[in-house]
Design a protein around this ligand. Structure first.
Ligand code: GTP
Length: 194
């Protein structure tokens, strides 16, 4: 039985600190979101982008999905993917992490077992937007959204989540880059130097 893996790029944010759509910024000859999607394709059967501005992303040639719960943040982006896409595993990524490495996601996938979610912890920080989830979380996600409890951490009070804070043979540099995200123009300058 083959496992159907869907990667979900959350791209419904406001990019207010960056001042422009950060997922469309260029690094070398590629846009940030193109770098992300290219990496995700190496471990996915499907890739979708969750956005409330479809025209910006049509060139990517992947399914584009709107949030069903508007202005509710990344948890709503996850809800839209879980609601619309039929898959056994959902790999979540932000749209501002240009240096993600599929080997990190593969490491998480390998530890899913019976859990509802596998979420990485790096430098003592939980990274729910870089986790792996099963459809089983959907009713809990919807309930949180209905109640305006929008923190993804709240979700972890209700599901079986495995936290991963050691990553086998993967190097610190690989992990540091994987979890690097760009919030403001200074982060973008940093990205250009990496
Ligand atoms: N689908 C969806 N994704 C979101 C939403 N809000 C944030 N995201 C995504 O979640 C990730 C983290 O978002 P942030 O960087 O914290 O927020 P942002 O709105 O993009 O940027 P700021 O306005 O600077 O805070 C990014 O990939 C965002 O695109 C939302 O309401 N819907």
């Amino acid at each position: 039985m083959g496992m159907n893996i869907c990667s979900v790029v959350l791209s419904g944010g406001k990019s207010s600190r960056m001042g422009m759509n950060k997922s469309l910024l260029m690094l070398k000859d590629r846009m940030v979101i193109e770098l992300i999607i290219e990496e995700l394709w190496t471990i996915s059967d499907q890739v979708v982008v969750i956005t409330n501005n479809k025209p910006d992303y049509e060139f990517l040639q992947v399914p584009l999905i709107h949030d069903r719960y508007r202005d509710k943040g990344p948890l709503a982006g996850m809800e839209a993917a879980l609601h619309h896409v039929d898959a056994d595993r959902f790999i979540v990524s932000a749209c501002d992490t240009p240096f993600i490495d599929a080997r990190v996601y593969q490491f998480l996938l390998d530890q899913m077992e019976k859990h509802d979610a596998v979420v990485p912890v790096f430098n003592n920080r939980l990274h729910p937007l870089s986790g792996i989830y099963k459809r089983t979380i959907l009713p809990h996600v919807e309930k949180l959204l209905e109640n305006d409890r929008l923190s993804i951490r709240k979700l972890f009070d209700h599901i079986d989540v495995k936290m991963i804070d050691e990553f086998g043979n993967l190097s610190y540099d690989t992990l540091n880059k994987h979890f690097f995200n760009m919030n403001n123009p200074s982060d973008y300058e940093t990205a250009k130097s990496l």
